[in-house]
Write a new protein. Structure first.
Length: 187
């Protein structure tokens, strides 16, 4: 879909076609990364706003689709950075039992959440709270955010090696502190 010339200023029909063709895919892009549906729709809207606003910068080095999803990817990463910054600046408050249990879920319908007892969730929360802040953020971005090492490094403004070190040390810490509670599970 070579639309560089087609999407010049005032190209209403072509922008409508681009929106119609890719809107659902862009919303899905965000929801697959764990963003709630309403927020995914807002992020998709912002993606198209940025694409249409800066269409004159499209050089045609790639397809419009590739460029569109690169804009979406950058917006997603910026959103994560913003959230990580807010988390670092936020006041830490103790989590209730239900909130701790909600943190311990997986993308396959919450099977892990259902398996954990309240006591196990409490112990896991306590162990996570004992992690140094940067290490805890890395773990949450990896587990809750389902981010790759490179994405975590970008969000935290550290090297991939630092991310790997944080995650390795966190695993060791959790294994050590939770061995008595999760004897039949691998961390």
């Amino acid at each position: 879909m070579a639309m560089k010339d087609d999407l010049g200023p005032g190209a209403g029909r072509e922008t409508e076609e681009l929106f119609r063709r890719y809107h659902k895919s862009v919303v899905s892009f965000f929801t697959r990364r764990g963003v709630p549906l309403e927020e995914s729709r807002d992020l998709a809207q912002e993606t198209f706003f940025r694409v249409f606003k800066h269409i004159d910068r499209f050089r045609g080095d790639s397809s419009v689709e590739t460029w569109l999803f690169q804009v979406a990817s950058n917006l997603y990463k910026n959103t994560l950075r913003s959230q990580a910054t807010k988390k670092r600046d936020a006041q830490e408050v103790p989590l209730e039992e239900e909130q701790a249990a909600d943190l311990v879920h997986d993308k396959a319908g919450g099977a892990l959440h259902k398996m954990l007892t309240q006591e196990e969730a409490k112990k896991l929360r306590e162990a996570l709270e004992k992690l140094p802040p940067q290490m805890r953020i890395a773990v949450l971005l990896r587990v809750d955010g389902d981010l790759k090492y490179r994405e975590i490094a970008d969000v935290m403004h550290v090297s991939i090696e630092t991310v790997k070190a944080h995650l390795y040390q966190a695993r060791q810490h959790l294994r050590h502190h939770l061995a008595d509670y999760f004897t039949d599970r691998e961390f």
